[in-house]
Design a protein around this ligand. Sequence first.
Ligand SMILES: Cc1ncc(COP(=O)(O)O)c(C=O)c1O
Length: 377
Amino acid sequence: MDLFTKCTEFSRWIDSLRKKRQFFYLREFDPAASPTVTMAGRKLIMLGSNNYLGLATHPRVVEATVRAVEEYGTGACSSRVLTGTTSLHSRLEKRLASFKGTEDAVVFSAGFLAMMGTVSAVAAEGDVVLSDEFNHASIVEGCRLTSAEVKIYRHNDMTDLEEKLASCDASQGKLIVTDGVFSMRGTVADLPGVKALADKYEARVMVDDAHGTGAIGETGRGTLEHFGMEGEIDLVCGTFSKSLGTIGGFTGAPKDVVTFLKLSSRPFIFTASPPPSSMATVLACMDVMRDEPELMVHLRDKTRLMKDGLSDLGYRLEETVTPIIPVLIGDDETTFTMAGALEEEGVVVNPIVPPAVPSGASLIRVSMMASLSDNEI
Ligand SMILES: Cc1ncc(COP(=O)(O)O)c(C=O)c1O
C-alpha cells in the first residue's frame, strides 16, 4: 500500500465537500483581520476574526511594528535559549507578568507551543493533570506529551472534577488545566469553582486565556479580571494571535517555574524565537489598551448590538459574556447552508460542527471586533 493513499482518499472527500459547498476552510482573505476583507475579488464583512479589539490594524500598533522591523530586522534567527532573545522579548515578559498578575512570564513562539510546552514540562512522571474535556487542542497535545497521569473531567463540571481530585493519590503533584474562555462557544470557565477545589486538594491551576485576553474583564485583562481573581492563579497562559495582533504565546508563572520552563520545555527550547517585531506589536497593543479603554466599551456595545439583532430575528444564542456569539443551529447541513448563504450576501462567519462541538449542536460562530461599524453589524 502506498503511504499517500490515505491522503488521496482524504483529498477526494474534501473535493466532494467543496462541490456540495460544505467546505469553509483555507480560504484567502486580503487582509484577514479587518472589518472589510476581499475574498476571490469580492468585498465581504468579516465576522469570523479573533482580532477582537481591532488592534491588528490599529495605526499605533502598525507603526510600532514597522519601527521594530527597521531596527531589529525581520527575525531573531535563533532559539530563545541561544542568541534569539532581544531586550524586546525580555521587556514583554515583564509587561505580561504585570498585565496578568503573575511574578514572571515566558514568551513562546506560538500560543499552541505555550500550552503544550507548559503542561508537558510542569507535569511529570508521578504527577496528575486534570483537564476539562473541551480544552483546546494545544492542551490536549500537552497531555499527550506529559509522562504524568491524565484525567479528563466533564466540561465545567465541578462535581466530576472533585471526584477525580479525590481519587488522586496524596503523593501526586496535581495540575488542573482549563481554558478561560472556551473558543468555540465563548463560554467562560467556572474559575472560582476550580480554584476552590484546587485549594481543597492542594492542586495547582493553569488557565489558557487565549480568548479571554482583550475580550473580557473590565479593562480586557481576561478571565481572571472578569472574576476578580488576579494574582490567585498559578499559571496564566495566553496567545498573541487573538486580541494582541500577531503571533506568539506566553505563560505567566512564579519566577522559579519560568526559569524551569525556559530551560526544560522542549517547545520553548527547540524552536526559533518569535520575531522581535511581534514583541513590539504586543507591547504596542497593551499600550493602546491602557490608553484607549473605550475599545473594550465599543467591543461590549457592538456585541450587545449584534446579540439583540440576532435575538430579535428569532435566532437562539448561547448566553455568553464574550465577543464570541454562538448562534445555535443544530444539524451540520443547515449550518453549512447558512454559512454559504451568508457568504453570498457578503458576510464571513465560521460554521462550527462536530468534533468541535457535540453532535447536533452545530452553530454559526459570530465573532465581534471593536473596529466593526454599527452599519456593518
Ligand atoms: C484556547 C486556545 N488556546 C491556544 C490556542 C493556540 O494559540 P496560537 O494560535 O497562538 O498558536 C488557541 C488558538 O487557536 C486557542 O483558541
